[in-house]
Ligand binder design. Structure first.
Ligand code: WQD
Length: 332
């Protein structure tokens, strides 16, 4: 059985679908802090199989221990964490407490119960303000906000445990910018309140929830002056986890791997692609730069292909189309 902490969330739910379709038994541990129980119904509708569920907070040592007693867990995919950059600046202790506590609690249970395979959700945010792009795994790291530091510290904790425990195996996945949704439009991203991220904001403008997009800065040192990122389809991210689990089960030690496409697109590239693919105008206004944003961030995805045999397959048009199909489904 594969345990997905935070498995009802955006990336976790897509990964659950891919795992089930690849023949794995899936157990989701989630407290539905930022997700909904109906996600389990959607996973069942897509795959024909309902994942096992433990509705727990993975900071709860006793409940996590009992879960590891109850199920025969072979690998853990640890998604459970808080993830809003701005909120982490306002409430750093909340972020350090939760995002480090969930990891340590899960890793202690893994050690106690002899579970040796861990896949961790890290982020390209650990590259901080990059000196050059594309970003390669060995490049210097450093963060600009508490959310980023929790990922940085978590990576260090995992490296240290793998160093100390000869049987331990971990793949630390640095996600770039996951967007889009499952082709069924039954699962996708559901931000609470005003979206922080670009694509959910655009889909809410498209559906009329928000009047226009604010483009945060048009004077960056990029081809059109707007920020450049490596947007990657969430189903490709999910498939990267399958490759990572398979790798972890046959190797020892810790590896850090970028999950990106290697392509950089600007904010205006995304707006134009969304408009063209979906035939909807996205009104936008140029706004001041957002604090903490960088000009460019995109991956060198070579290591993922060499080590895991994984490569992103979906293009930007598919990301824009699938994001919109999902938004239509939840706002209709
Ligand atoms: C992308 C581009 C914005 C919204 C963040 C976190 C990262 C990761 C993913 C999460 C930038 C611009 C955005 C808007 C805009 N963490 N933008 N108007 O900043 O690359 O990454 O989310 O779990 O750690 O930092 O992603 O989607 O917020 O922004 O112009 O309303 O879109 O300035 O250039 P980002 P994003």
């Amino acid at each position: 059985m594969i345990l997905l902490t935070g498995g009802a969330g955006y990336i976790g739910s897509h990964t659950a679908v891919e795992l089930i379709e690849a023949g794995y038994d899936v157990l989701i541990a989630d407290n539905f802090y930022n997700s909904r129980p109906e996600v389990l119904d959607a996973i069942e509708e897509i795959t024909g199989k309902r994942p096992a569920l433990e509705e727990i907070d993975v900071c709860d040592v006793e409940k996590v221990d009992a879960m590891f007693e109850k199920y025969d867990i072979e690998a853990v995919l640890h998604f459970a964490s808080y993830k809003a950059v701005g909120e982490s600046v306002e409430k750093p202790l909340m972020y350090y407490r939760n995002d480090l506590d969930t990891l340590i609690t899960v890793m202690e249970a893994m050690k106690k119960h002899g579970v040796n395979n861990l896949i961790f959700s890290s982020s390209a945010t650990v590259y901080g303000v990059p000196e050059t792009v594309p970003l390669v795994e060995g490049m210097p790291t450093g963060c600009t906000n508490p959310y980023g530091w929790t990922k940085y510290m978590s990576e260090q904790i995992i490296q240290d445990v793998c160093h100390a425990e000869a049987d331990m195996s971990a793949v630390i996945l640095r996600y770039f910018n996951p967007i889009g949704a499952h082709k069924s439009a039954l699962i996708g991203e559901r931000p609470n309140g005003v979206p922080n991220n670009l694509m959910p904001y655009i889909t809410q403008v498209a559906s009329g929830i928000r009047p226009h997009l604010n483009v945060f800065g048009d004077d960056y040192d990029t081809p059109d002056g707007t920020g450049v990122r490596d947007y990657i389809h969430v189903v490709d991210i999910a498939k990267g986890h399958i490759a990572a689990v398979q790798y972890a089960m046959s190797h020892k030690g810790a590896e850090v791997v970028n999950l990106g496409t290697g392509n950089g697109y600007s904010v205006l590239d995304i707006v134009k692609a969304f408009e063209r693919v979906n035939g909807i105008k996205i009104p936008y206004e140029i706004a001041p730069r957002r604090a903490g944003d960088i000009a460019q961030c995109y991956a060198d995805p070579t290591k993922a292909e060499k080590l895991l045999g994984w490569k992103a397959e979906e293009d930007l048009d598919a990301m824009c189309k699938d994001a919109w199909e999902w938004e239509k489904n939840i706002t209709k």
